[in-house]
Ligand binder design. Structure first.
Ligand code: B12
Ligand code: SF4
Ligand code: SF4
Length: 395
């Protein structure tokens, strides 16, 4: 047992109560011991590669609950499930652990040097997916959870899980402020961070103080979002947000296909223009080769299993790779080479694909590239026919 635990008695108390199947209560000298114990856990997280760690109480996240409910009623969630599925659950840590007392929140930087742009027709991947940073985040959080469990407490790790609104707990744990782009900006380091928590029944300190707004009069993210999806400071309308539209199943809204450009997964524009983020990011070399670009043709030619294995860390609706292919067809329409034979072959193949969603997006891509000679005059499926009836202008 670590010396600091012995000194403050917190571990012994936990073990005693656990043996009696009684919920662990704060020790008598709890204020000091909880703070010391919390500081030790923070140090464990930092030693395990987390860049920031803070602690908050396991209280209901009232502001997030109101925001989720209001935005859902206004339709701003655009069918997203995630934390919106059950706002009462995702804003109450005791839904995850009935005896929850504290939350330790960790942040892991995903700022990485941009690898050179490849020569083939390439699609862009958002930075948070260049390497599996969530794995690194979870490893750090697990170390904290292991220590807690060793000491007789309960501990559950959550990272990008629908059970809790990560940014709000990170805000409560004093890790940073909400930028106008809705991201949580870490003081002195910006927003290129993934966030996660350890929910525990250990009573912990130090409870953080909230970080004040650091955006000031800046509004670069609002003005530079390619689809004007940030409709008010801190409020993203998912109906317009490219990051969501790339994940959403179904027909990709034609109004935003040109704005999509070469993005295949996620969108970083509202962060790439953010001064505190680009100037102060903690750039780390994880040792793993970052995947910042993906060959568009490979998405359109690889089989299902290969695609799912290659992109196993990505959120793909129903794990159906056709959504990746749909996105790749739009990108091909935006940046493909009109005179390239392989592009012609692939488009011709997708124009007769048995799946009407893929045929419809192939129609759009061929028309946008100016290859209208490949298009059929009609299609038996209404969604493909609708595309034929409203062909886009050539790029
Ligand atoms: C759903 C979701 C999305 C959706 C919706 C995003 C959104 N803004 O809500 C989509 C698919 C669009 C998305 C995109 C991205 N996401 Co996302 N996403 C989530 C998820 C699963 C839930 C978020 C949620 O509950 N939103 C609900 C609404 C209510 O929350 P909110 O917008 O944060 O609202 C708060 C603010 O408005 C604030 N607030 C209230 N009043 C005011 C007033 C002012 C003036 C301000 C400034 C703020 C403010 O309080 C609200 C309540 O907390 C979380 C993981 C998780 N389990 O939490 C990851 C998460 C938020 N995403 C993350 C990331 C990295 C991204 C992207 C950067 C990925 C990318 N490159 O494409 C983009 C960023 C887009 C953006 N500008 O927000 C990280 C954010 C890390 C960080 N530093 O903030 C998270 C935390 C995942 C993780 N565990 O690391 N995401
Ligand atoms: S992720 Fe992209 S589309 Fe979404 S709000 Fe940010 S800049 Fe706009
Ligand atoms: S771009 Fe400016 S307004 Fe937007 S989050 Fe960054 S600092 Fe705040």
């Amino acid at each position: 047992m670590p010396e600091w635990c012995l000194r403050f008695g917190i571990v012994q108390l936990a073990k005693k109560t656990a043996n009696k199947s009684v919920r662990a209560e704060p020790s008598k000298d709890s204020a000091i011991s909880s703070v010391r114990y919390g500081e030790q856990l923070i140090a464990i997280g930092i030693a395990a590669g987390l860049h920031r760690v803070g602690i908050t109480n396991a209280q209901v996240l009232h502001r997030a609950r109101t925001a989720l409910t209001e935005r859902k009623s206004l339709g701003l969630h655009n069918e997203m499930q995630f934390t919106y599925r059950n706002p009462a659950r995702s804003t109450d840590p005791t839904s995850t652990m009935a005896s929850a007392k504290s939350i330790i929140v960790g942040a892991r930087s995903y700022a990485t040097e941009m690898p050179p742009s490849p020569s083939e027709v390439s699609a862009r991947v958002a930075r948070y997916m260049w390497v599996d940073y969530y794995e690194m985040l979870k490893e750090g959080l697990q170390k904290i959870a292991l220590q807690l469990k060793d000491d007789g407490w309960r501990a559950i790790v959550l990272a990008d899980d629908n059970s809790i609104v990560d940014r709000e707990v990170a805000y409560q744990a004093g890790l940073g402020w909400y930028g106008k782009n809705a991201n949580l900006l870490i003081e002195g380091a910006g927003s290129y961070f993934v966030l996660g928590s350890v929910i525990t029944d250990a009573p912990l300190g130090p409870i953080a103080t909230l970080v004040e707004d650091g955006c000031g009069s800046c509004r670069r993210c609002l003005d530079n979002c390619p689809t004007q999806a940030i409709i008010a400071p801190g409020v993203v309308d998912a109906r317009k947000c490219l990051s969501w539209l790339l994940q959403k199943p179904g027909i990709f809204d034609p109004a935003y296909r040109v704005a999509l450009g070469d993005r295949l997964y996620g969108c970083d524009d509202c962060q790439e223009v953010c001064p505190p983020t680009v100037r102060r990011a903690i750039v780390e070399n994880s040792g793993v080769k970052p995947r910042a670009w993906v060959d568009v043709m490979s998405i359109l030619t690889l089989d299902d299993q290969t695609l799912l294995t290659k992109f196993k860390a990505w959120y793909i609706s129903d794990r159906d790779p056709k959504w990746l292919r749909r996105n790749a067809l739009i990108i091909l329409g935006n940046i493909g080479d009109l005179s390239d034979e392989v592009t012609h072959l692939i488009l011709k193949q997708y124009l007769v694909d048995p799946d009407p969603v893929l045929r419809a997006h192939a129609v759009w891509a061929a028309a946008r590239l100016g290859l209208k000679q490949f298009l059929p005059t009609s299609d038996s499926d209404p969604i493909v026919q609708a595309e034929l009836d409203s062909l886009p202008s050539v790029k």
